[in-house]
Write a protein of this length. Structure first.
Length: 573
């Protein structure tokens, strides 16, 4: 892209937009800032299009949103063969989310695609449910998930309610590439309403049915009705869209002692009480823990702005609140589901769970114990959604649970993305079962480790900003791919799975991998340990993952994981 020409084009195209022109004027004499804004078009990744708010094609603004919506509309009309299906649109509490949602709706309308726009903020899982419930051709959520407040994004969904498949993303991207930003002009709102191309939807169309569906996922509602009123829970929505649906579901299930962190209850696009609105970060619970101690709660739950991720803190036997990892939360829910279904003789013979390749292998040990198949998929919950659809199409398996280490969980088949409302109810129910036995969730976690062994996983994100950073990321992955190590910190590499080439190499043996291509390298190590390198699809970073286990010692498992992480970090320098 010619940076100077692109800069002049934007000044010309959007001369009437004072916010854009003033912002561009501020960076005209800053070559580095200009390059970062104009060296590329913001692209779709594993979770759609996400970026920093601002002017330019490598930023999130009304014009990049319009172009994404136009590309989606053209893909649906011209490639997917679904001109009659509407597109459901939701948004969270971020800056300009409501504005971008309306821009999306009116851009779709301008290209002849009906838009169903929620009348106020809604979580990702409600949108995913709505796509299926309303028989929509696609869905969009305006969100940047758990990113810092300067971000926003455009997350797109297919007719199955899952995030767009790689093939659909390629199709939308191709349609977007054919469009100039100045050509993407939305329809007037009144005109769209008069023509029936824009419809606002509220609680009666989706919310009650969604709540009823989540409540139907309970495994032991009898225990919840009896013990739930005595279980004290603290909840923080972190200023996001989970506030109403999470509280509604917990209340209707029978949890009457749910205390919401007052400073974080209402929407706040600045997320002023946290460094980042991310329940993966223990700092997100800084206000929750003193409140939990005050009200006598044993469980704290938190959801991110679009309410697809759930974080959990639990009270240990020493009276200290422990922040759990995503893998620990997922395994607590998985064990609860399988053990209670088995007790109730409700565990299907063809039951299956699905996890990402970088999620804990403790889940496999649990599933093996209960005779349940477990499948690994690429990182990105849409791949879990694809597996669910395959089960449904073939009848081969009954989906029971899916999760990612990045705090995403699902036990429903009527939602096809991470669902923190569903997860909040599952965690609360599991805590009920523990309270009924006179123990805590933390005690349950220790029981799981004692039964299956101690598993530790770590993740480190290396950030590579700007054009130079993008080039460095390519160099690192190329070096690891073309000259893979035979051992890492003294631990032998048994095999390398290269998901970009679709080949697993173990010595002289080569095996074809199932699934789509993705720039991911997975090192299978001696002793059942593993490492993985994965560039982010939406952010300028490479994520490095390490997993290790030990049959008797958490400390030894942690030492091995830390050693392995140090080893792969050294290779990436």
């Amino acid at each position: 892209m010619d940076i100077k020409q692109a800069y002049q084009d934007w000044l010309k195209w959007f001369s009437s937009d004072t916010q854009i022109t003033e912002e561009l004027a501020q960076v005209k004499d800053d070559p580095k800032a200009l390059e970062d804004r104009f060296y590329r078009d913001l692209a779709f990744g594993t979770a759609g299009m996400r970026g920093v708010l601002g002017a330019g094609p490598n930023r999130i603004n009304r014009y990049t949103i319009r172009r994404a919506a136009a590309g989606l509309a053209d893909y649906l009309r011209l490639d997917a063969g679904q001109p009659e299906g509407p597109v459901a649109i939701a948004y969270d509490s971020r800056r300009f989310s409501d504005v971008f949602a309306k821009e999306t709706a009116l851009m779709l309308a301008a290209r002849g695609v009906r838009a169903l726009l929620f009348d106020s903020l809604r979580p990702v899982p409600v949108l995913s449910y709505a796509v299926r419930h309303l028989r929509a051709a696609a869905g969009v959520v305006i969100t940047a998930s758990h990113n810092p407040p300067e971000y926003n994004g455009f997350k797109a969904y297919g007719p199955d309610g899952a995030q767009l498949s790689p093939e659909a993303v390629a199709g939308v991207t191709q349609r977007m590439a054919a469009l100039s930003y100045d050509q993407c002009c939305p329809m007037d709102e009144n005109q769209a309403l008069e023509k029936g191309l824009l419809t606002y939807i509220g609680e009666k169309e989706v919310d009650k049915d969604y709540t009823d569906m989540v409540l139907s996922l309970q495994v032991r509602p009898d225990i919840v009705r009896r013990v739930g009123p005595d279980l004290s829970i603290v909840y923080t929505p972190l200023h996001g869209s989970g506030n109403l649906p999470v509280r509604r579901v917990l209340s209707e299930a029978g949890f009457s002692q749910v205390t919401v962190v007052p400073e974080q209850e209402l929407p706040d696009p600045a997320f002023s009480t946290v460094k980042a609105p991310n329940p993966e970060d223990p700092g997100a619970f800084t206000l929750s823990i003193p409140l939990a101690q005050k009200v006598g709660a044993t469980v704290i739950i938190g959801t991110d702005p679009d309410c697809d991720r759930l974080g959990v803190c639990v009270l240990d036997s020493g009276g200290v609140f422990r922040t759990l990892t995503g893998n620990q939360i997922g395994c607590l829910m998985l064990y609860h589901l399988l053990s209670e279904k088995k007790k109730a003789a409700a565990l299907p013979a063809n039951g299956a769970c699905v996890k990402s390749i970088v999620s804990t292998e403790l889940a496999r040990a649990i599933c093996d114990d209960f005779g349940v198949d477990i499948f690994n998929v690429l990182t990105g919950f849409k791949f879990i959604g694809e597996k669910m659809q395959a089960f449904e199409d073939t009848g081969s398996h009954t989906f029971l649970f899916g999760f990612e280490e990045s705090f995403g969980y699902l036990s429903s088949t009527q939602v096809r993305d991470k669902d923190a409302v569903n997860a909040a109810l599952l965690v609360a129910e599991a805590a009920c079962m523990c309270q009924n036995e006179g123990i805590t969730l933390y005690d349950r976690l220790q029981q799981i480790y004692q039964r299956y062994g101690y598993f530790v996983e770590t993740v480190v994100s290396n950030t590579y900003p700007g054009k130079a950073g993008a080039e460095r990321m390519l160099e690192i992955m190329k070096a690891l791919r073309e000259a893979p190590p035979e051992e890492i910190t003294g631990v032998k590499v048994l095999a390398l799975r290269d998901y970009l080439t679709g080949v697993r190499t173990a010595g002289a043996q080569r095996q074809t991998l199932d699934g789509p291509a993705s720039d991911v390298l997975y090192f299978e190590l001696e002793g059942g340990h593993w490492l993985c390198a994965r560039p982010s699809g939406t952010e300028p970073k490479i994520k490095f993952y390490a997993g290790a286990s030990h049959p008797e010692s958490m400390e030894k498992a942690r030492m091995t994981a830390d050693k392995l992480m140090a080893g792969i970090q050294a290779l990436a320098e």
